[in-house]
Design a protein around this ligand. Structure first.
Ligand code: CMP
Length: 393
């Protein structure tokens, strides 16, 4: 009995620490205080690391800076271990054993950054060289990524535009090499100290492309000047291209959200009708819009469940093992796989052009966690549907 009680207490403490550390969205005071403390420590640590490289500051405040570093590392280590400890509480990791959940959580990008932030301590013990330490300590700056949702958007954009961005890198490298080679041929003999070999000429071309080329990089022959002018102009194209790609991506991301998912649209869904304005506003942030043409298969029976859907307008047909049901505006589907963690129980096809509000699996679990009433209603509908069209076999 006592052991069971201890285990229950342990779980509720773990749940509480999880809510404080990982549920930043709830913005409760304890969460906010910890977030601020960590941000301040990361910034202080990076400033101290940079300051330590100035000999006068190191001589005068070396001991204090060292102490600050030790305190930061200690806090970061406790934070890292606490995050790993509470990982089994994460809604997306409930299905794994505690050890499995912790391993999976440790492999997420933010946790890898946190682990890297602790690396200097290990390196310091193994190889006490200060040069390497500077680089590894500055990795801690990346810990701030946790506190910038915009960075996540940028990360997604870079991932989705990687082919276009890779093309930019190839174009840039091609222009760099061509400009360097042309300049080496034309002025290599006249300016051997700047253009006498390809590495020197590549540095010249890179400076020209980045438009940092000042007087000392000026060509001395007419052909050299023409080449330099072309290189500078191409440099503008090289920098404008990725800027345009990322800029357009940001614009589309913002337009996609504002254009389709509106407050009124979410409030019209019967399941959400009784929610207060703040809850609906948070749903507007969570839901993605997707328009599908008639005859599109939205869900295929047996597939993996990664989202559920609300019909904003249009009509779909659910085809299960033994019947066909039509769902329309205001209805939802795709909840069974998320709740049961089993493969999709039916195939869902659009009967006409249909606007859908998509709720991703992790947001669904977060929503159920935050609004248990909504969770219970979804569960009741899912139960009824499973009774009407039970899985065969
Ligand atoms: P899921 O199993 O995730 O994917 C297929 C969806 O079809 C399922 O969730 C339900 O949302 C929906 N569905 C299955 N059976 C019925 C039914 N009898 N009536 C209405 N919808 C259903």
């Amino acid at each position: 009995m006592a052991a069971e009680q201890d285990q229950r207490d342990g779980h509720s403490l773990r749940r509480r620490v999880f809510e404080i550390l990982e549920h930043g969205r709830r913005r409760e005071p304890a969460s906010r205080a910890i977030d601020w403390l960590l941000v301040v420590l990361v910034v202080a640590n990076v400033v101290a690391t940079v300051a330590h490289t100035v000999p006068e500051i190191a001589a005068r405040h070396g001991a204090a800076l060292q102490l600050l570093d030790r305190v930061c590392v200690l806090v970061f280590a406790v934070e890292y271990l606490a995050r790993i400890w509470v990982a089994p509480e994460h809604p997306l990791l409930h299905r794994y054993t505690p050890a499995g959940a912790r391993l999976r959580f440790a492999a997420t990008p933010l946790m890898v950054i946190d682990a890297l932030a602790l690396l200097p301590l290990l390196l310091e013990l193994l190889f006490p060289s200060t040069e390497l330490m500077l680089l590894t300590r500055l990795v801690r700056f990346l810990k701030l990524a946790r506190y910038s949702p915009a960075l996540a958007t940028l990360g997604r954009l870079i991932a989705s535009e990687r082919r276009a961005l890779l093309a930019c890198v190839i174009i840039f490298t091609g222009i760099l090499l061509a400009a360097a080679a042309a300049m080496h041929v034309v002025e290599g003999a006249v300016q051997p100290e700047r253009l006498g070999d390809m590495p020197k000429a590549i540095w010249w071309a890179a400076s020209m492309l980045a438009k940092i080329g000042g007087g000392e990089l000026a060509p001395v022959t007419t052909l050299g000047r023409i080449l330099a002018a072309i290189t500078v102009m191409l440099g503008i194209v090289c920098f404008a291209l990725p800027v345009a790609i990322i800029g357009r991506g940001f614009y589309e991301e913002i337009r996609r959200r504002d254009f389709v998912v509106t407050f009124a649209m979410v409030a019209r869904v019967p399941l959400f009708a009784r929610l207060d304005a703040a809850a609906i506003a948070s749903l507007v942030d969570m839901l993605r819009a997707r328009t599908v043409p008639a005859a599109t298969t939205i869900i295929r029976k047996g597939g993996r469940g990664d989202a559920m859907y609300f019909i904003a307008s249009g009509r779909v047909e659910v085809e299960s093992a033994n019947d066909k049901v039509v769902l329309q505006e205001g209805d939802f589907f795709g909840e069974i796989a998320l709740l049961s963690r089993e493969p999709r129980s039916a195939t869902v096809t659009a009967l006409r052009p249909t606007d859908l509000l998509v709720l991703d699996a992790d947001d669904f679990l977060r929503l159920v966690d935050r609004l248990p009433d909504i969770g219970a209603k979804v569960q009741a509908v899912a139960k009824e549907r499973r009774l009407t069209s039970p899985p065969r076999g």
